[in-house]
Each structure stands twice: as structure tokens, then as C-alpha cells.
Design a protein around this ligand. Structure first.
Ligand SMILES: *Cc1c(COP(=O)(O)O)cnc(C)c1O
Length: 396
């Protein structure tokens, strides 16, 4: 490979997205300031309507974070009992999910007063494997399993054909999507957020659709779940100071909704650019002769299921000597990140669940091998070349 000019490539650079829409965003924020309505209100309603329509869902309920959205979706669907004193773990409603995700996927289940049950991932997509879920379902233990919570990791939908079949074969089982990384993604052209009974999105500033702070959203096409989400996010208060149930303060700020409504219009184009950046990485890695089908042979490129519309929240390779590679890249000024270095079942906070290394081998292998490379709509071709050259030099 030719040596390119030395340049730093940051893992993220939000300023490039902000520059061209700066005035539009500032105007939207100014409107909120002028209205003096800072929590919920008309700006939030406008964003919710636009977001529901973008997700092909009947309802969208804004809230204060993706974590809160997961909790709200579970609570509103009647899963778990977050108001009771801590019962024994075994007697709680079970929710099956992936151990290879951000911690909030599992902690929100516990917060909802339910029990996270893990099943391993499909090593090609890094998403929860419906087959592993079926195995868990056929070896019952503890309380009833009420829901499956697949995560659309890195911006690619989990295998919803398989999860829908699971839903058909197990009456009463709900599918709740952790779509935190997948706004704009789709499965057979049906948008994330419309694929289960309810879905949770995050607008954390690194996500494809990013707020200027914390914010999240629940989408659903069930009027009952939507109504209960709205109630729970404001202390179970459907009439001012009359509380029908114990909810919480999970509200979204109007300033965040105003920012998000502006950015939502640019999201399809941004996601398209991410796909183009991903295809370009594939091309550069192949041209450099770096690609293998396992880490023993080379870099393993991300795999996109032909039924999925991937939005490349992350572009994640598998690599041998991953930590040394990452250190070398950092020494060359090239950013990268590991999502996630420790699978959830081995996190210290969850040791009471009683898991040990070896319980979910695909998740553990992924945690040891994955490396996320810089990807954002504004990433330049020469920067991608710099990234791939740095990796080439490490293995040369
Ligand atoms: C970001 C994220 C969350 C949590 O969202 P916050 O807005 O940070 O609370 C949950 N699940 C996944 C998969 C995420 O990536």
C-alpha cells in the first residue's frame, strides 16, 4: 500500500455535522426559549409525530434517555414489577436478551423488576440468535419468560423473521426492540421501531440521530402501551396531581426535541452516506489483501444480512491481536473503540446472576476481537485510506 500523508483520524467529529445546519438548529432552540415551554409541550409533540412516522409506528413517546426508553417500554408492556420490594430473582418475570450489548440493555430489565436471561449471539451479525433464545425457552427455569429483547447492534436489525416465528410459537411472548443504535434501519424494508410490540431508541450524542444531551424515545403501534408510557413518564399522572399508578420522571426536554426534529430530516441522507463509507472500507480492506473469513486469516469484515437495511451506527471488524492493533492505531493518530470489551453476563455488577466465562462463547469471542473504526457521514475518503493503511502497517 502506498504511504499516505500522516494525518489524524478522530473516532468521532460532531462539528462536521453541526457546521452546515448550525443556524437552523440555533433557530429551533431560540423558538423553545421564546416559548418558555421547556419540558414536553408542542415541540415535543411535533418531534414525536415526525419520529413515529419515520419509524412506521402509530405512536412515539419521547423520554429522557435510551435507558429510560427501555425501562418505560418494559414497564408499559406490563413486564416486571418495578414497584414491589426486591423479590427473589427466580420469581420475577424473565426477559431474554443479548449479553453482547451496552449494559443498559440488561440493567433496564432489572430496573423494571424483571430478570434478565441471556442467550448467545449469531457470530456473523453480533445480534441475539433466535435459535439460542429457543433453546433457553425450551429449558424453563424460574418465573415465566414474558419477553425477548433483541438488540439491533451496530445499526443492523436482528433476524426478525426468526423472532416473529418465535412469537407465533410462544403465545403471550412479547418482542421489545432495543433499537438504540438503529434509527432508520429496517428489516425487509420495515423500519426498526415497528418490528415488535414496542421499541426503545437513544439519542445519546454519538448515535446516528443525536440530541444535544440525553434523550430517548419509545415507539409502539399499541394504543394501550403508548397511553401507559405517557402516563408512566409523568408519575402516573393522567390528570394534574391525580396519580393512577407509581410512575417516574422520564420526560424529554423541548430543546432536545427541537434539535432532533431538525436533525431527523437529514438522517436518511446521513445513513445513506454511512452505508457508502462502509462499502468503501470493505473495498479498501479487500484491495489491501487484509480480509479473511476468520481472525486467523485476516480482518473479518462486517456482514450485512441481505434482508437488513444496515445504518452502520458502527463499522466493526474482527481482528487478531486486537488490543495491540488498537494501541498501534492510536500511536498513529487513528481513533477506534471497543463496543464492548466485557460481555454483560461477566460484568461485576451482575455477579448475582451467577454466570461464568464460557457461558456464552460467541459473545465472549466477539468481546475479545471486535474493533469499531471511525465512521460518520462526513468521513472523507483520504481519512478512510489512512485508517486502512495504519492497519496494514501493523500486520505487515
Ligand atoms: C446507547 C444505548 C443504550 C442506552 O441509551 P442512553 O441514551 O445512553 O441511555 C441502550 N442500548 C444500546 C444498545 C445502546 O447503544
Amino acid at each position: 500500500m502506498p504511504a499516505s500523508v500522516l494525518q489524524k483520524v478522530p473516532m468521532l467529529d460532531f462539528s462536521r455535522q453541526f457546521a452546515p445546519i448550525r443556524q437552523e438548529i440555533l433557530n429551533a432552540i431560540a423558538e423553545v426559549c421564546d416559548s418558555q415551554i421547556f419540558i414536553l409541550g408542542p415541540k415535543v409533540a411535533e418531534f414525536e409525530e415526525a419520529a413515529a412516522s419515520a419509524c412506521g409506528a402509530s405512536y412515539a413517546i419521547g423520554c429522557s434517555s435510551g435507558t429510560e426508553a427501555l425501562w418505560l417500554a418494559l414497564a408499559a408492556a406490563g413486564i416486571g414489577d418495578s414497584t414491589s420490594a426486591k423479590a427473589s430473582l427466580d420469581s420475577l418475570d424473565g426477559v431474554i436478551t443479548s449479553p453482547f450489548s451496552f449494559f443498559a440493555t440488561a440493567s433496564s430489565i432489572l430496573r423494571a423488576g424483571a430478570r434478565p436471561i441471556f442467550a448467545d449471539i449469531d457470530p456473523r451479525t453480533f445480534n441475539l440468535s433466535a435459535e439460542s433464545v429457543e433453546e433457553v425457552l425450551s429449558s424453563p427455569s424460574g418465573g415465566p419468560v414474558r419477553a425477548v429483547l433483541p438488540v439491533h447492534l451496530y445499526g443492523q436489525c436482528a433476524d426478525m423473521d426468526a423472532f416473529r416465528e418465535l412469537e407465533r410459537n410462544h403465545p403471550g411472548l412479547m418482542i421489545i426492540e432495543d433499537a438504540a443504535q438503529a434509527f432508520g434501519a429496517a428489516w425487509r424494508d420495515q423500519p426498526a421501531g415497528s418490528l415488535g410490540s414496542a421499541a426503545a431508541f437513544s439519542f445519546y450524542p454519538t448515535k446516528n440521530l443525536a440530541a444535544f444531551g440525553d434523550a430517548g424515545l419509545v415507539t409502539t403501534s399499541s394504543a394501550a402501551i403508548a397511553e401507559r408510557c405517557r402516563s408512566i413518564r409523568t408519575h402516573g399522572m393522567t390528570r394534574r396531581y391525580f396519580h393512577d399508578e407509581v410512575g417516574w420522571n422520564s420526560r424529554i426536554d423541548a430543546i432536545q426535541a427541537a434539535v432532533l426534529k431538525v436533525k431527523l430530516r437529514y438522517l436518511p441522507e446521513g445513513n445513506q452516506q454511512r452505508r457508502a463509507r462502509a462499502a468503501r472500507y470493505d473495498e479498501l480492506f479487500r484491495a489491501a489483501g487484509l480480509v479473511g473469513t476468520s481472525v486467523k486469516e485476516g480482518i473479518v469484515l462486517p456482514w450485512t444480512d441481505p434482508r437488513a437495511t444496515h445504518v452502520f451506527h458502527q463499522y466493526v471488524i474482527r481482528a487478531s491481536r486486537r488490543d495491540a492493533l488498537r494501541e498501534y492505531m492510536a500511536s498513529q493518530g487513528v481513533g477506534s473503540e471497543i463496543y464492548y470489551p466485557v460481555p454483560i453476563h461477566l460484568q461485576a455488577a451482575l455477579k448475582d446472576l451467577g454466570h461464568k466465562p464460557g457461558d456464552f462463547p460467541h459473545s465472549e469471542a466477539a468481546a475479545a476481537e471486535v474493533l469499531a473504526l471511525p465512521i460518520y457521514p462526513e468521513l472523507r475518503d483520504d481519512e478512510q485510506q489512512t485508517v486502512v493503511e495504519a492497519i496494514w502497517r501493523f500486520y505487515a
